[in-house]
Design a binder for this molecule. Sequence first.
Ligand SMILES: Nc1ncnc2c1ncn2[C@@H]1O[C@H](COP(=O)(O)OP(=O)(O)OC[C@H]2O[C@@H]([n+]3cccc(C(=O)O)c3)[C@H](O)[C@@H]2O)[C@@H](O)[C@H]1O
Ligand SMILES: Nc1ncnc2c1ncn2[C@@H]1O[C@H](COP(=O)(O)OP(=O)(O)OP(=O)(O)O)[C@@H](O)[C@H]1O
Ligand SMILES: NC(=O)CC[C@H](N)C(=O)O
Length: 714
Amino acid sequence: MSYPVTVATCALNQWALDFDGNYDRICQSIIESKRRGATLRVGSELEIPGYGCYDHFLENDTALHSWQVLVKLLSNKDLHDILIDTGMPVIHKNNRYNCRVFILNGKVIFIRPKLYMANDGNYRELRWFRPWEKRLQVEKFILPKIVQDITNQTTVMFGDALIDTADTCIGVELCEELFTPESPHIAMSLDGAEIILNSSGSHHELRKLSRRIELIREATLKSGGVYLYANQQGCDGDRLYYDGSAMVLCNGDVLAIGKQFSVKDVDVVVATVDLDDVRVFRTSKSSRGIQASNSSSYPRIETPFSLGNPKLQNSLPLICPTPPKAQLGLHTPEQEINLGPACWLWDYLRRSGTGGFFLPLSGGIDSCATAMIVYSMCNLVVEATQSGDEQVISDVRRVTETPESENYIPSDPRELANRIFHTCYLGTSNSGTETRERAKALAEAIGSYHTDLNMDTVVESILSLFKLVTGKQPKYQVYGGSATENLALQNIQARLRMLLSYLFASLLSWVRGRSKSLLVLGSANVDECLRGYLTKYDCSSADINPIGGISKTDLRSYIQYSSKHFSFLCLEDFLNATPTAELVPTTEGYVQSDEIEMGMTYSELSAFGRLRKVGMCGPYYMFRKLACKWGGYYTPAEIAQKVKRFFFYYSINRHKMTTITPAYHAESYSPDDNRFDLRPFLYNAKWTMQFREIDEAVKNYTLTDQVSTLQPAF
Ligand SMILES: Nc1ncnc2c1ncn2[C@@H]1O[C@H](COP(=O)(O)OP(=O)(O)OC[C@H]2O[C@@H]([n+]3cccc(C(=O)O)c3)[C@H](O)[C@@H]2O)[C@@H](O)[C@H]1O
Ligand SMILES: Nc1ncnc2c1ncn2[C@@H]1O[C@H](COP(=O)(O)OP(=O)(O)OP(=O)(O)O)[C@@H](O)[C@H]1O
Ligand SMILES: NC(=O)CC[C@H](N)C(=O)O
């Protein structure tokens, strides 16, 4: 029989290398945990320096400053009487490890290095850390002098062990370790660990949270036990958004879960658990018992501290009869698009020291989605200021350059948008009135500071200069010009938009009597980047892009969702319009259209994108997969042609990904060349051997060369 235990886990908005800010947020979370009765508090992975320090982990400075922060945590008496699990890099025997450091009442009690590193996609932990390979072994670690001086300890145990308190047993499973086939929670649970702590640095991807929950549910359904999941939250200086969702589970049930998206800096999730539930769950399973009696024994770190609270013994039924199952509140992908990039933008804005955003607003879906995300950000910020969040209030005043003395607290998202969000329609003679009107209507709906201009004179003066120097005048194709002339004429307009955007972004605040410049927002989506259907260094070259990791299909669904969610009727017009660049004159016989020009639909592009990156397919395997998937609709020869066309355009345009604007990472098939999808950018676009193999394969498909009218599955 044990006393009820109140545990706390948290999501902290850490910022890489912001040691002072990170310390403050850690302290706040511990004090909040104590206030709510917790005796155990777990924080996110590498929370002291911040998860996203990347190559700064190679600097000794990062380890040194982490120890200095730990010394401050150890010396702070307000943080006593609670077992604290915090995270930092630790160098042991000249190897750097990604560690959990346990502290209690001013002493270090144990250091647990990570066993299995995250090293795929955005993760490169093996570049900075070594995995601890000595399973179920510990060694003595000599504490740095600054720690020895305040704790009067010389050494502490370091390695793969469990912590025995006076009333229970605790084990650590560090982020990626949960995702491995041989997750440590299995051996630890069999050896009696009743509470498993998982500290994560896990970023958002559309549709990903449910995977985490499923894994933890399954872990605790099979092994029983209490599972505390902590995660970082927010943008810590990169394209990633860490999506919080700290949670507590017991025997397969979610007892409590924090917000996935929030502009709050510190989110503490607390639950009171009955360890007897774990004991009953485990002892009632005979097969588990047989495995447990044969399991290997972990070294134990002993502490006389008790987690249980005798005062709760009699009130437990009142506190958690069986603890109430939290509403999971899982978001749809459309809600994730609405909230994730919005929180990321807010962190980026307040941390960059700039005064707002500038967006070239075309009247098309993509820049409309970017605008709606900024509007969603304004809604989140207003919600937080109205609930009295001091941090958000002070950030808003700084960003808007409003003196403290004015006591500005935004109460209307449109009013806030008008202060910080600037949209601009940059028209030419090729622009249609519909796009111009749509841009204006949207700006009105969201309250942005909107400018509408015509830049024909600038385009013409550039062309006059060209004519003066070369004596030649390029013509559009519809007027008899060549494809080369046609492209050059389009690209002048596209690039001038970028130039004007940066000019307005640096001076619009000044025009309005303020001084800070604005961040230029981009709106190139993941599919057009993949196909290279954009002009290098045009408006795709912005400072940051909230939708660069999102597919056109998801963006359309997002606009559909927003039109209902925000009750903006004007968004319907965006959905009904044909996507067009409006870079060439419209004539009776010709209207520029994205999908026709690209030679493929946006849905096809998403399918190619997923198979290329997630399915790890080169041209030949992509053809084979699609021949199965689309076989009933297209002939093998048509599929072959589509695959070859995709790879041709992908490879001739790959160079554009080397300079693409940093975008919010949202999609597992992102082609971002800078961090996520490392590839050559000078290809032989003929793919001779690969395409030959596809052609050979097409011949073998002749017997099944039947098509139906079924829609292909994307
Ligand atoms: N392998 C390589 N490595 C490095 N650079 C390479 C390169 N191959 C070409 N280049 C260079 O890349 C440049 C050509 O690329 P770029 O200037 O982008 O021009 P480009 O890709 O030729 O044309 C832009 C395309 O985007 C389309 N588009 C559609 C809708 C909207 C917009 C818009 O902007 O609003 C644009 C437009 O219709 C056209 O098909 C040249 O300077 C060329 O020298
Ligand atoms: N007339 C315009 N006024 C302002 N910005 C424009 C205009 N045309 C294009 N842009 C900017 O250039 C970007 C790329 O233009 P493009 O025509 O390729 O649009 P897109 O990527 O399909 O996006 P959208 O759906 O917003 O038109 C747009 O997202 C927008 O930011
Ligand atoms: N930091 C980590 O270990 C994270 C890896 C893990 N696969 C995740 O995305 O959550």
